[in-house]
Design a protein around this ligand. Structure first.
Ligand code: HEM
Length: 153
């Protein structure tokens, strides 16, 4: 009888901590579920949405480099064209990443390079690490910017 006495208050004291922990786990799970849903949505929108019908050649893409303020700014990664107009401060004229505007930027992003020569879609010879960096950029763009079309191959 005596032996189980202390265990009850201890259990009582522990339970709020446990439930806070459980709540944290549930919140985390929901957050992950939300992320999953939104990336599925983006995947759907990029692969099947009506706007993904748009296909631009590399030359046409150049027309969306921010030099005409009345047009959106586009950046392509692995052939998907993102409308990065909301990141005008980054990609607009005079911005630190203006070199990517209106261009396929995959190689440059993979190599963390702003060199004109790297601003292209050629992935030849990139290391696994660089391809990982590119995947991180792709995730960031998918989460932040709408996909509006594909670059014609
Ligand atoms: C000294 C070096 C650098 C510093 C201190 C720096 C810093 C930053 C900061 C503070 C941001 C904003 C991050 C955010 O909004 O979450 C940013 C964004 C960005 N950085 Fe850099 N950066 C550097 C070099 C580079 C290089 C070499 C590249 C070449 C790929 C690069 C590509 C980008 C891109 C593409 C974005 C914009 C992402 C977006 O659209 O939100 N950065 N950088």
């Amino acid at each position: 009888m005596d032996s189980h006495l202390p265990s009850e208050p201890r259990a009582f004291l522990l339970s709020p901590a446990l439930s806070a922990n459980a709540r944290f786990t549930i919140n985390k799970k929901e957050e992950q579920k939300e992320k999953k849903t939104s990336s599925l949505f983006l995947l759907f929108r990029s692969r099947a949405g009506p706007r993904s019908e748009m296909e631009l050649t590399a030359q046409q893409l150049r027309g969306f480099d921010g030099s005409d303020a009345s047009k959106p700014i586009y950046v392509a990664i692995r052939g998907a064209i993102y409308d990065v107009s909301s990141g005008k401060g980054f990609y607009g004229p005079g911005g630190p990443y203006a070199v990517f505007a209106g261009r396929e930027a995959s190689r440059a992003l993979a190599k963390m390079s702003k060199s004109e020569d790297d601003v292209c879609g050629d992935l030849d010879g990139l290391s696994d690490k660089e391809l990982g960096v590119l995947a991180d950029w792709e995730n960031k763009f998918q989460a932040k910017y709408p996909v509006v079309g594909r670059l014609a191959s």
